[in-house]
Design a protein around this ligand. Structure first.
Ligand code: DGY
Length: 313
């Protein structure tokens, strides 16, 4: 263990006490506010954060000696990359370790909405299951078309699972994947028109803000389902709520929202949507792996070894 302890600021407290092997001794500072960092600010050399909290400019400005941001997640849309670039602050993510769990959640939401698992649970609990009163028919996955928006590590895992459910897979991505066996659709309207189930797993940020708008929802149409395991910002949420209320799409499964943890009451009152509190990667196993990776990246940084999962920006 390196003799000199290193000061790390933690914005994502759920990862602070992870049982991850560390080759350096770290002094972990819980974050309360920029003011509360006080005299320690100059000593902070590393920052642990997650996708939801990110690393805004005003925080980075308060940490003049920051060398690395280790993100416990894959989303980096809330990190001020411009400042990182200018000050040569390294950024690492938990890329790779959470793809399977997020893909599982995309399929769980697909099953939840198409097979109406949550609504059926409510039906039984409410005592509505009677000899003369059956639960309405749901929609099968087999033979349906799943359109995946964002064919990165998570998209590929979702495609594999969709195939196991005997769905046909197509995708839209910034660039066509030459080696992909799936049909490519050059824009969101065409993939939405083609899909029965449109699954969003593209990065958040300015470039993708509200790309799923009224036109895309109308292209998906009254028999189409929308699944979002990406970021709430990629959907125009009021447009989605109207589409659900007016049955211009059939249903939605959402793990993420525009203004978390606020979920609009109008969305909660829709009976054709399944809602999750941004937990696609939140399994014991994956969260332990994510935390271990966060510390392995810090160890690499402070031992001047190559980072394990650097973000190229
Ligand atoms: C991620 O990894 O970005 C997840 O959405 C958790 O924030």
């Amino acid at each position: 263990m390196n003799a000199e302890p290193i000061d790390i600021l933690i914005l994502a407290p759920q990862f602070a006490h992870a049982q991850a092997p560390r080759t350096h001794e770290y002094i972990l500072h819980d974050y309360e506010s920029i003011e509360a960092i006080g005299a320690a600010a100059h000593r902070i050399r590393g920052l642990i954060t997650d996708g939801a909290r990110g690393a805004p400019r005003e925080l980075l400005e308060a940490l003049p000696n920051l060398e690395i941001i280790s993100v416990c997640g894959v989303g980096y849309d809330r990190i001020d990359l411009e400042t990182c670039r200018r000050r040569q602050i390294n950024v690492t993510t938990a890329r790779g370790v959470l793809s399977a769990d997020v893909a599982d959640m995309a399929l769980a939401l697909t099953l939840g909405v198409l097979r109406r698992v949550v609504a059926a649970d409510r039906f039984v609990r409410a005592g509505d299951w009677r000899p003369t009163h059956h639960f309405p028919l749901s929609t099968s996955l087999k033979g349906k078309r799943m359109g995946i928006v964002g064919m990165g590590d998570i998209g590929i895992e979702i495609a594999r699972r969709a195939q196991a459910f005997r769905m046909e897979v197509g995708y839209h991505n910034r660039r066509i994947k030459e080696d992909s066996p799936f049909s490519y659709h050059p824009d969101l309207i065409s993939i939405a028109r083609w899909s029965d189930v449109l699954v969003l797993c593209l990065p958040g940020g300015d470039a993708t803000r509200h790309v799923v708008n009224k036109d895309v929802l109308d292209a998906l149409g009254p028999d189409g389902f929308l699944i979002n395991v990406a970021r709430g910002s990629v959907i125009d949420e009021p447009a989605l709520i109207s589409a659900l209320q007016e049955r211009r799409i059939k249903g939605a499964g959402l793990d993420v929202f525009a203004d978390e943890p606020h979920v609009p009451p109008t969305l909660k009152s829709c009976d054709n949507v399944v809602l999750q509190p941004h937990i696609a990667s939140a399994t014991r196993e994956t969260r332990a792996e994510m935390a271990a990776l966060v510390f392995r990246n810090l160890d690499a940084q402070f031992a001047a070894r190559p980072l394990l999962t650097p973000l190229a920006f």
